[in-house]
Design a protein around this ligand. Structure first.
Ligand code: GLU
Length: 309
């Protein structure tokens, strides 16, 4: 038996029931729409690299993708630039919060694509000559990862744009360093829209599975990015995906992942499966408490830890 076959008989509903009594954590209030998220939501979806799907009943509940978009924005930037994006953004963990006002010393580049500065930069270099064209490229690219047409929640995008003072500061800092080559406000507009793309656990798990399958969406058969790009992205998820909790995450869960302020975590176990868990209450590092618990258990029960010998 392998993890991919074990998951076919795994009781995801029982796992969900097991973590539901955990009520610690706080729902983000960074924008009003997130503050209104249901704290009792806890949805899980798993997609194997053969395209098998397993879900809990809430796996079709919509939420804004927020920072879980970052690996896929990096993937699209790598794809669209023939991997030249690797020269535009660092790949070292920061040990700091997701929105720290800090760039790589010496180069003025964002430290890595999994923090806000990095995602503002990667979303500025995807194909497209203006804000709308880049937005369209991002929505169609994320949709190809998800295997279905995704849409932006315009109210969430507007709030993100209006209330993202630290993101505006980061964009202006990168302009001053010469590393952001588009207008700062336009960069934030595109990044805010990318954060506001609506997904559900099923779509996000499929996105993770597309990376885990080396860039081919296992449910549609479409090659979305090259194998090299998928490997680049998963590597950086492993080292930087959970912000200043990345080291602890890799030791405990051992599966490359990306957390987000909406309470979602997307996981990519290379050559095995992708998964997504969403539950809004967050710990002090901005990681969903229940999503972390679920990831811990899934990794242990299915033997997914990358460094388990
Ligand atoms: N839209 C959020 C921000 O830029 C994303 C942060 C996150 O999901 O961690 O502040």
């Amino acid at each position: 038996m392998t993890a991919a076959t074990d998951i076919l008989t795994y009781d995801l509903d029982a796992l969900r029931d097991r973590v539901m009594p955990e009520t610690s954590g706080t729902v983000s209030d960074s924008i009003p729409q997130l503050a209104h998220a249901d704290p009792d939501l806890c949805a899980i979806a798993v997609v194997t690299i053969d395209g098998e799907l397993r879900t809990t009943p809430d796996a079709d509940a919509p939420f804004s993708i927020q920072s879980a978009a970052k690996p896929f924005l990096f993937a699209l930037a790598l794809h669209d630039t023939g991997r030249a994006a690797l020269g535009r953004v660092g790949i070292e963990p920061t040990g700091e919060a997701f929105d720290a006002i800090k760039l790589e010393s010496g180069t003025g580049r964002p430290p890595n694509p999994m923090v806000n500065a990095g995602a503002i930069l990667t979303s500025s270099i995807v194909d497209g000559g203006d804000v709308d064209a880049r937005t369209e490229r991002i929505v169609s690219g994320l949709s190809a990862f998800a295997g279905r047409s995704l849409e932006i929640d315009d109210d969430i995008a507007a709030s993100e744009h209006l209330l993202g003072d630290r993101n505006h500061a980061l964009a202006h800092l990168m302009r001053a360093e010469g590393t952001l080559q588009v207008d700062a406000d336009e960069a934030i507009l595109v990044y805010a829209r990318a954060c506001a793309v609506l997904v559900d656990a099923e779509a996000l798990a499929t996105m993770g599975a597309t990376l885990a399958a080396g860039g081919v969406n296992p449910r549609t058969g479409e090659r979305v990015v090259s194998r090299e790009v998928a490997r680049d992205v998963i590597s950086v998820m492993a080292t930087c995906g959970v912000y200043d909790g990345s080291g602890r995450w890799m030791r405990e869960v051992g599966v490359p992942a990306k957390s987000s302020v909406s309470g979602a975590i997307v996981l990519a176990a290379p050559g095995v499966l992708g998964a997504a868990v969403v539950s809004p209450p967050l710990d002090e590092r901005g990681t969903s408490v229940r999503s972390h618990r679920v990831s811990d258990r899934l990794s242990a029960d299915l033997g997914l830890h990358s460094f388990d010998v």
